[in-house]
Design a protein. Structure first.
Length: 183
């Protein structure tokens, strides 16, 4: 009798008690496939986007057109990852400092969707556009899954915004920077 080995189970990354279709703000990190630096470079602490990075930025900025309940906050595209704050809003959502109301989308009918649906659409659409540009149909752009943190209050939001804005300043010290080990 031959025993077959089950594939390893992936660790659950999301909170089991959280409904990710409900209103809330989230910090996320999305990494490129094999953490390759295809999105741009950092020169003098400033991000210089590649054509791929420009497509990623345009796709990210277009998310509220596709998902009416999405509000984008601070984000930065680094050479091999994206850090961003995204908020899902509902009618009557009290933002208590967690949403910039100037960035609210115009009122439109909304379908039911979750944070996972939004990120899945972003990753899919940006990959399709990049593969068209590079004439590389079917090539992965992103790693599977993503990191997310539920933003709990205004102080958490401010700290996360600061982290995002200062991320290019720390690139030379970042372990994800391929040149980090050579320094």
């Amino acid at each position: 009798m031959r025993l077959t080995q089950m594939p390893p189970r992936r660790k659950a990354l999301r909170l089991l008690t959280r409904d990710y279709s409900q209103a809330g703000s989230y910090f996320m990190t999305i990494c490129t496939h094999e953490k390759k630096c295809v999105l741009g470079s950092v020169e003098s602490s400033q991000v210089q986007l590649s054509r791929v990075g420009e497509i990623v930025r345009a796709t990210w900025n277009a998310l509220p057109e596709r998902f009416a309940r999405v509000v984008l906050d601070e984000f930065v595209i680094m050479p091999n990852h994206l850090h961003a704050i995204l908020t899902l809003v509902t009618a009557g959502f009290a933002h208590s400092g967690s949403v910039n109301m100037n960035k609210m989308p115009a009122a439109r009918p909304t379908a039911h969707f979750s944070l996972c649906d939004v990120i899945g659409a972003f990753k899919s659409l940006s990959t399709i556009h990049v593969n068209r540009l590079m004439n590389s149909k079917g090539s992965p752009l992103w790693q599977r899954s993503y990191f997310e943190h539920v933003i709990r209050n205004g102080e958490d939001l401010k700290n996360t915004q600061r982290y995002i804005l200062e991320n290019p300043l720390r690139w030379s010290l970042d372990e994800e920077n391929p040149d980090w080990l050579r320094k």
